[in-house]
Ligand binder design. Structure first.
Ligand code: ZN
Length: 193
């Protein structure tokens, strides 16, 4: 799948070492040919601002942007800046449920978008959408820099992503990269070019 911003977004990730291709052992123990670490692209504020502007342009205008902590904070803030919207974040409470803390609140019927850096199954975005619905906001869309689930996830609201990937991960015993005899590496061991 492709979007108008697909190639430019992946190029930014590659240039900053945030999108690696090769043969990786993920934290889950699965092997994959691709690895994304969006913190490495978002460490450059100018790039974060550009990505936020592009993502805001792909979404309907909202007065509130909400992101799950920690991964969504920087990009959500930049989307809010581009929209002229307010930005708040959700975080897990003591029981592990997403919550609005720190005095954050929403107005009844407030038009909100939910922003994450990378969406795979959409589970976290869905939790934040539910939380905002319970708080009385109206979630009109969700967005992410990268959709790593091939664009297949249905969140019940319109979605936008700057790049769509279909990342496959394999148990080591079924890994085609292992079968080709390629050495496996742990992400984060390469230098930024
Ligand atoms: Zn492998």
């Amino acid at each position: 799948m492709d979007t108008p911003t697909h190639a430019a977004t992946l190029d930014r990730f590659r240039r900053t070492g945030a999108y690696l291709t090769g043969h990786f052992r993920l934290t889950s123990g699965l092997h994959s040919g691709e690895y994304l670490q969006s913190a490495l692209v978002l460490q450059y504020p100018a790039m974060a601002e550009e990505l936020g502007r592009e993502l805001a342009g792909a979404l309907p205008r909202a007065s509130l942007v909400v992101s799950p902590a920690l991964g969504g904070l920087i990009i959500g803030h930049e989307v809010a800046r581009a929209m002229g919207a307010r930005f708040i974040f959700a975080e897990r409470d003591g029981s592990g449920k997403m919550a609005l803390r720190r005095g954050f609140g929403v107005a009844p019927g407030e038009r909100a978008v939910v922003i994450e850096d990378v969406v795979t199954t959409g589970g976290t975005t869905r939790e934040v959408i539910d939380l905002l619905g319970q708080a009385g906001a109206r979630v009109i869309a969700a967005g992410s820099i990268i959709d790593r689930g091939g664009g297949k996830v249905d969140l019940g609201v319109p979605r936008a992503a700057l790049a769509i990937l279909d990342v496959v991960a394999y148990p080591p015993e079924d890994c085609p990269l292992c079968q080709k005899g390629l050495a496996v590496e742990k992400p984060g061991s390469r230098q930024i070019r």
